[in-house]
Design a protein around this ligand. Structure first.
Ligand code: B12
Ligand code: SF4
Length: 458
C-alpha cells in the first residue's frame, strides 16, 4: 500500500525529540513491502501548505499518524496538544477524504477511546504498533473488516505483548533515514535508541507498564550497538539517549551493552533513565567506561512515605549508593521527584528535600502533583474510594495533589527554584532556560539533556 506517515509532534521543550516510535512502524512497513513516505510536523510549524502538497501529489491509501504527547504533564500550567492533533487530522480529511487514517503512539494508547471520539480516524492502534499495523493493512488490502475491530478501535495487542523484541529488523536503519535522523542529530540533544521494552514493576502512578507491557523484551546487545555505529556513520552524532523506561531493569543486559560498546572501542557519550534498584558499583564503572555522561535517576521521592505510597521498588539507602557511585565515577545525575502524592505531609516534603541535598545531584526536576492516567494502580484506588470518577480522567489533564500541602508545596518549590539554578519545576514557569537559548547552545554543539549544563556538586 502507499502510506504517508505523519509525526504530529511539534513540542520542542525540553528538547527536539526524534520520532523513534514512528520509525519502528515505518521499519516494519518497509520490510513488508509497503511504499513509505513521511511528513514531520516538527519541521513545519504551519503545516497546511506543505502537507496539502504532499497529500495531493501522493494520494496515499493510508495515512498513519503518530501522536506522542497528550499534554506536558506540568501542573499548574499544563498544556494540552489536543487542538493541534484535531487540526491536523481534520485537515487530512478535508484534503483527501478517501484515505484511511490510522492513529497510534503513546498519547493515543493512553486515551484510545477519547482520541477516537475527538479525532475520528478510521482506526487506532493501542500500544506496540509494528505487528498490529501490518495486520490491519493486510486486512484492509484483503477487504476484510479487521476481526477485532471494536467500534472503530483496533486493539489486537493490548493485552498480548510479544515475548521477544520480535520486530528486530535491519530496515530500522532505512526508516531512521527517512525521518531525517541527521537533522535531529544536529539540532537535538541526542540520538535516541531503544534496547528493550516493558517494565515489570508497578509504581502506583506509572503508565509505562501499560504502554509497553510488564514483560521485559530485550534486544540483542550486538544489534543495539550495530544501530549506534550506523547512526554515528550516517549522521555524525555521537551522543545517545537510551529511551528504555529503565535502562538497568535487567542489570546483566545493561552490562552486556556497555561491554559491547567498550569492546568495539566506540567513542560515544550517552544518557539514560536509571532506577536505584538493580545496581552495583560494577555497573556504574562500566557506565563510565562505555561513555555514560549522565543519568536521570528515577527517584520520585526521597522520603520513606513517598517511596511506600508510590510503590517504588528500592530504598533510600539504594538511592544514596547510586549518588555516591555517580560522584565517584564523575557521572552527572538528575533526580526526578514527585511531590503532593496521597498522604504527603510537610514533614515528608522536607525529608525528601533534605535527602536530595545529601545526594548532591547535578540537578533536580520536581513535579507538583500527579497527572492521573486511566488504568494505573493509583487512579484505580482513587476511583474506588470515590475521590474521582473514571469518566473525569481523560485528555484534559487532571492532577492529584494532596490538598493539605498544595499551597505549601507551590511556595516551597518556587523558592527553591529561585534560589538554586539547578532545581527545575516544570509548570511553575520559573524556568531560566528558554527555547531560544536551547537553540543557541545546540547550534554551538552542546549535547545531552539540558540539565547537563550543571556540573555535579562536589
Ligand atoms: C524517553 C522519553 C522522553 C525523553 C526523550 C529523549 C529522546 N531523545 O528521545 C525526554 C526526556 C526528552 C522526554 C520528554 C518529554 N516527554 Co517523554 N517519554 C519518554 C519515554 C520513556 C520513552 C519514549 C520512547 O522513545 N519510546 C520508544 C518508542 C519506540 O515507543 P513509542 O514512541 O511509544 O512508539 C510505539 C507505539 O507508541 C506505537 N506507535 C508510535 N507511533 C505510531 C504511529 C502509528 C501510525 C501506529 C500505528 C503506531 C505508533 O508503535 C511504536 C513502536 O511499538 C516515554 C514513556 C514510554 N515508555 O513510552 C515518555 C512519554 C512519551 N513522554 C511523555 C511526556 C509527557 C513528555 C514531555 C511532554 C514531558 C515534559 N513536560 O517535558 C516531553 C516532550 C518532549 C517532546 N519534544 O516531545 C509522555 C507522553 C504521554 C503524556 N502523558 O502526554 C510519556 C508517554 C510518559 C508518560 N508520562 O506517560 N521523554
Ligand atoms: S516508574 Fe519506572 S520502575 Fe516504576 S513502573 Fe514506571 S517505568 Fe517501571
Amino acid at each position: 500500500m502507499r502510506i504517508l506517515f505523519i509525526s504530529a509532534n511539534q513540542e520542542k521543550s525540553p528538547d527536539l525529540v526524534y520520532p523513534i516510535g514512528l520509525a519502528y512502524i515505518i521499519s516494519a512497513s518497509i520490510k513488508d513491502g509497503h511504499e513509505c513516505n513521511v511528513f514531520d510536523a516538527n519541521f513545519h510549524k504551519d503545516f497546511k501548505e506543505p502537507l496539502k502538497n504532499i497529500l495531493q501529489n501522493l494520494h496515499p491509501d493510508v495515512i498513519g499518524i503518530s501522536i506522542r504527547n497528550v499534554d506536558n504533564a506540568a501542573y499548574p500550567s499544563a498544556i494540552s496538544y489536543l487542538s493541534h492533533y484535531q487540526n491536523l487530522t481534520d485537515f487530512c480529511r478535508e484534503i483527501l477524504s478517501e484515505s484511511i487514517i490510522i492513529l497510534g503512539g503513546s498519547a493515543f494508547s493512553l486515551f484510545p477511546k477519547e482520541f477516537m471520539e475527538k479525532l475520528k480516524p478510521d482506526f487506532g492502534i493501542v500500544g506496540e504498533g509494528e505487528n498490529a499495523f501490518l495486520h490491519l493493512l493486510k486486512s484492509l488490502e484483503e477487504n476484510e473488516i479487521p476481526v477485532k475491530a471494536n467500534p472503530g478501535i483496533y486493539y489486537p495487542e493490548k493485552f498480548s505483548y510479544p515475548e521477544k523484541f520480535s520486530f528486530e529488523s535491519d530496515t530500522i536503519l532505512d526508516a531512521r533515514d527517512l525521518l531525517n535522523g541527521a537533522i535531529y542529530s544536529e539540532n537535538g540533544g541526542s540520538i535516541n535508541i531503544q534496547t528493550k521494552r516493558g517494565c515489570c514493576f508497578q509504581c502506583s502512578y506509572c503508565t509505562y507498564p501499560l504502554l509497553e507491557g510488564s514483560e521485559i523484551r530485550k534486544r540483542e546487545p550486538a544489534k543495539v550497538v550495530d544501530e549506534i555505529e550506523y547512526c554515528i556513520k550516517k549522521w555524525g552524532g555521537n551522543y545517545f539517549f537510551f529511551v528504555d523506561n529503565v535502562f538497568n531493569s535487567e542489570q546483566e543486559h545493561a552490562i552486556e551493552i556497555c561491554k559491547e560498546i567498550i569492546r568495539r572501542q566506540i567513542k560515544i557519550q550517552w544518557t539514560a533513565y536509571i532506577s536505584p534498584f538493580c545496581t552495583s558499583e560494577t555497573l556504574f564503572s562500566l557506565f563510565k567506561e562505555s561513555g555514560c555522561s549522565s543519568i536521570d535517576l528515577g527517584v520520585d521521592s526521597a522520603s520513606k512515605t513517598g517511596l511506600d505510597v508510590l510503590k517504588k521498588p528500592f530504598s533510600m539507602q539504594e538511592i544514596m549508593d547510586c549518588a555516591q557511585w555517580c560522584h565517584k565515577y564523575k557521572i552527572k545525575f538528575n533526580c526526578s521527584l514527585i511531590f503532593g502524592y496521597p498522604g504527603e505531609t510537610i514533614e515528608s516534603i522536607e525529608e525528601s528535600i533534605q535527602n536530595i541535598f545529601l545526594c548532591r545531584p547535578s540537578s533536580v526536576v520536581a513535579f507538583i502533583g500527579i497527572r492521573l492516567h486511566k488504568g494505573v494502580p493509583l487512579t484505580k484506588s482513587l476511583e474506588k474510594n470515590g475521590y474521582i470518577s473514571h469518566e473525569k480522567i481523560g485528555i484534559d489533564p487532571v492532577f492529584y495533589i494532596e490538598e493539605s500541602v498544595r499551597e505549601y508545596l507551590i511556595e516551597r518549590l518556587s523558592t527553591l527554584s529561585k534560589k538554586y539554578e539547578n532545581w527545575f519545576m516544570p509548570g511553575l514557569n520559573t524556568q531560566r532556560i528558554t527555547n531560544a537559548y536551547v537553540k543557541r547552545i545546540r547550534s554551538k554543539g552542546f549535547k545531552g539533556p539540558l540539565w547537563e549544563l550543571f556540573s555535579i556538586k562536589d
